[in-house]
Design a protein around this ligand. Structure first.
Ligand code: SAM
Length: 289
């Protein structure tokens, strides 16, 4: 029996922090055209996907991030029919989005075809329902180019990117956010993966600053995701309709019930509302001019 390996995440090396996972089996390792791709099995977290040394998805806690990045903007919007996901090649968020019968069309733009191909083999729980859904369209390409060139319009744009280095760097640029704004229908919402404020303060600070130059309401909401080390994960929030962050628990409950009440394990109407109540250190971080 091969000795278990310990595999460390290098994303927070600058902060002097490494999270290590006991790996009982390496399922796949490759260098794609864009990034290093590693999937392994761990006793407690199940399948763990790392891209360029950063944890992306684990079987054990993927539901938290995927539910909060999909149900919050869709149920806050209330009438979202056309959705765009930029990144998200593992299809975890796409699977959650397609649970909404109100969604008529979902487009996913992923730069690395290897991630989708790999997810078909190793995350069929996500890819099987998504790739067989007639509402789903996959585009292999760069998210920045797509939003700048498309004539399409969307009600919700979900930026499920890696962190701001490598191919994901452009997805944290003002040019990208400007392109997303061009693609949004009136009353549309953009949400983004905006890092762990305690360890990556500049990520959410710079994102929200850019949102506020382009949208009426720019901010973030949070969720605690065990394998996104360092406390709360910030999810960027940008829209021109300031009311959308304040939809009541009663209204969210009604919208959820109208959406055929698919089961959730993290999102609830109360958790949705509470996610916008930021810890003071995060509030102060994004308040800075
Ligand atoms: N949940 C993860 C997280 O929070 O870090 C992200 C998951 S998903 C695997 C991130 C995806 O973004 C990757 O598949 C990566 O290939 C894709 N990506 C990175 N840069 C991109 C770009 N410029 N355009 C489109 N997709 C991109």
């Amino acid at each position: 029996m091969a000795e278990d390996r310990w595999i460390s995440e290098s994303l927070f090396d600058d902060a002097g922090l490494r999270t290590s996972y006991r790996a009982t089996r390496i399922l796949h390792e490759s260098k794609t055209e864009h990034q290093h791709l590693l999937l392994f099995e761990s006793p407690h977290f199940g399948k763990v996907l790392m891209l360029d040394g950063a944890t992306q998805v684990t079987s054990a806690d993927e539901f938290i991030y995927h539910e909060m990045m999909s149900h919050v903007p869709i149920l806050a919007h209330g009438r979202a029919q056309n959705i765009l996901i930029v990144g998200g090649g593992d299809c975890g968020i796409a699977e959650e989005v397609l649970k909404h019968d109100t969604v008529q069309r979902l487009t996913l733009v992923e730069i690395d075809a290897s991630v989708v191909a790999f997810a078909k083999d190793y995350f069929p729980e996500f890819t099987r329902p998504v790739l067989s859904d007639p509402r789903f369209e996959l585009v292999i390409g760069d998210g920045l180019s797509f939003v700048e060139q498309t004539e399409r319009r969307f009600d919700v744009v979900i930026v499920d990117s890696t962190d701001p280095h490598g191919p994901g760097e452009v997805l944290f640029s003002e040019a990208f956010y400007r392109g997303v704004r061009k693609c949004l229908n009136p009353g549309g919402i953009m949400v983004t993966q905006s890092g762990v404020p305690f360890l990556q303060p500049r990520v959410v600070q710079n994102s929200v600053k850019a949102f506020r130059t382009l949208f009426v309401d720019g901010g973030c909401y949070v969720a605690a995701i065990p394998t996104y080390t360092g406390g709360h994960l910030a999810m960027g929030w940008a829209t021109d309709d300031i009311a959308l962050r304040n939809v009541s628990v009663e209204e969210l409950t009604q919208r959820y019930e109208r959406a055929e009440r698919f089961p959730t394990r993290y999102w609830t109407p109360q958790v949705h509302r509470a996610a916008f109540a930021l810890p003071r250190y995060i509030d102060e971080l994004i308040a800075q001019p």
